[in-house]
Design a protein around this ligand. Sequence first.
Ligand SMILES: [Cu+2]
Length: 157
Amino acid sequence: MYVMRNTLAAAALLGLQALLTSSPAAAADDKCKLEISGNDQMQYDKKELDVPATCAQVTLTLHHSGQLPAAAMGHNWALVNTGDLTAVANAGMSAGLANNYIPPGDKRVLAHTKVVGGGQSDTITFPTAGLKKGGDYSFLCTFPGHNALMRGKFKFG
Ligand SMILES: [Cu+2]
């Protein structure tokens, strides 16, 4: 009798586990997590990032797959309205490495990581409350000169 009960309990547990791992909430969470890498050739590995508008927040990890130090080939990831890209890149240059090439308090920067060098990474989580579904957003690296190559579209919707 005990054996029977234990078997039933185990079966119930397995069923619960299957339910948890296949829940739609977990799948939605994965879509709200982004990864992107920069390398020593001044390139991101992605030209576009997509986030469903159902994501209340986004978690983004920036990796640096190269070996050069941050002072020589540092990369960050900054999110802006596409129309602000050049102005933010210019302001970032003046802000310097100590500020991660991000102008302090600049509201045009919607989210950003710190600058990472070879082998390093940085993860940020930011709310999407300020983003418009279908808005025209771009990401870029604000390390001086990098945005010419290191930019892409950020799709929210
Ligand atoms: Cu860069």
